[in-house]
Design a binder for this molecule. Structure first.
Ligand code: AMP
Ligand code: GLY
Length: 421
């Protein structure tokens, strides 16, 4: 079959890598793609936020199945446009994508279905929000309601910080995303990500992962989009995964169906685990980036069969063939990230690295120029390996990192530390 993947990051490279290995795949196009993706698929220029343009492209290219990578096209209704045109699509409708696009909406759903999460309140004006913060005290969490590219959450350790966050959000620094603010109880514990495919009724867990959000070793420095990840997450034991499925994910999926907006695609539950119980931090309506890279490394070609079963409403009959393995990815970023960084520095040595079912460098922000690979983003490479133990996966990944010649880049040296002795 002919398959189109929307997106241009390491997540989409990992999806394309897994899909390209499945014998069902005849033609694979990724729009817009990047220099690494171009090695496993055809890349095409396309406005992926424009539903009509994506539909027209699919008709032109005889596309049978579309996988939507990032949240923005989902929130913009691209999956709706595709399904209305009869094109098989993996990814939720705009109405269901509100589980990521509105924090207040997610909290309402949690309340409606009894899913455990932090206590919360929502505000559209600064003064009542400040009164609430003074009443509750710190630590406390302030969130812009809408999509803010991962920057709309302030975990305030003091009351003053929380009050300042309110001024900032209602002052317009998050644009429309900050017109409404959600204030939440601070949850202590350890975070893990839980990935579940759902066709609107049946739910199938496809793995757990943990990422490293801070830029520096030992989880220090500013927040980033994620500096590395590994799967599985040992903190998400089978018992906690079952509790999260039974008390959080399944009730959410049932509530979304009950409202006439069934959720179809991957539901990424960010969980906070404390005293053997998970509570929901947030949902994302897509695979995590870089979590997808370690999930795809473990699932391989069967990822396509699972996503197809999901899109076709046949998930009840699907199952995951698990290997007893571990995967780990190290993000290499441009010097300066997550602040200002230079673009265009050259990366050497990639062609000498192994590329097989246990080793892969996924590209997140690269382009090919005059036969050279250059960095074009903040997060640039995801150096990924699989092993029988997490320690083995970590050693293999860093052995690859050490063979990459890129003076303009850096990485954390401790990815996986929480799960290693
Ligand atoms: P979110 O965008 O909702 O995932 O928030 C980003 C990060 O903020 C999460 O991954 C957590 O580390 C942290 N966070 C969000 N909400 C809470 C909360 N209620 N308690 C503690 N930490 C939180
Ligand atoms: N790595 C976090 C995310 O994809 O949202």
């Amino acid at each position: 079959m002919n398959i189109l993947i929307l997106g241009s990051g390491g997540r989409e490279h990992a999806l394309a890598w897994a899909v390209s290995q499945n014998p069902k795949t005849d033609k694979l196009i990724v729009a817009p793609g990047n220099a690494g993706i171009a090695q496993v698929a055809e890349c095409a220029t396309l406005d992926i936020l424009d539903g009509a343009a994506v539909v027209a492209f699919c008709e032109e290219q005889a596309i049978d199945f579309v996988i939507v990578g990032p949240e923005a096209p989902l929130a913009a209704g691209v999956a709706d446009a595709l399904r209305e045109s009869g094109i098989l699509t993996f990814g939720p409708s705009a109405a269901a994508a509100r589980l990521e696009a509105s924090k207040g909406f997610t909290k309402e759903i949690c309340d409606a279905c009894g899913a455990p999460t932090a206590a919360w309140a929502r505000f559209t004006e600064a003064e009542p929000a400040k009164t609430y913060i003074r009443e509750k005290g710190a630590p406390i969490v302030v969130k812009a309601d809408g999509l803010a590219a991962g920057k709309g959450v302030i975990v305030a350790m003091t009351e003053a910080e929380a009050l300042a966050a309110i001024d900032e959000m209602f002052g317009g620094s998050f644009g429309a995303a900050g017109a409404e603010v959600v204030i939440e109880e601070f949850m202590a514990g350890e975070e893990a990500s839980f990935f579940v495919l759902t066709d609107g009724e049946a739910c199938l867990p496809v793995g757990s992962a943990q990422d490293h959000k801070r830029v520096g070793d030992g989880d220090t420095g500013p927040n980033t989009g994620g500096m590395g990840a590994y799967s599985p997450a040992p903190v998400l034991t089978d018992a906690i995964a079952k509790q999260a499925l039974d008390e959080i994910v399944l009730p959410t999926v049932r509530e979304m169906a009950r409202r006439g907006t069934p959720y179809q695609g991957v539901l990424y539950a960010g969980l906070m685990i404390e005293n053997g119980r998970a509570r929901l931090v947030e949902y994302n309506v897509r695979f995590g980036d870089p979590e997808c890279q370690v999930l795809m490394m473990r699932l391989g070609a069967q990822a396509l069969d699972l996503m197809l079963a999901c899109a076709e409403g046949r998930l009840r009959e699907a199952k995951v063939n698990w290997a007893d393995d571990h995967a780990l990815t190290v993000v290499m970023a441009a010097q300066g990230y997550p602040g200002d960084y230079a673009k265009g520095s050259q990366i050497r040595g990639l062609e000498e690295l192994p590329e097989d079912s246990r080793h892969m460098v996924f590209h997140a922000g690269t382009a090919a120029r005059d036969g050279q690979i250059i960095a074009t983003g903040g997060r640039v490479l995801n150096v990924t390996a699989r092993g029988m133990t997490l320690a083995e996966a970590q050693a293999e990944a860093y052995a690859m990192v050490d063979r990459i010649d890129w003076p303009g880049g850096f990485c954390r040296r401790d990815i996986g530390w929480r799960a290693l002795p």
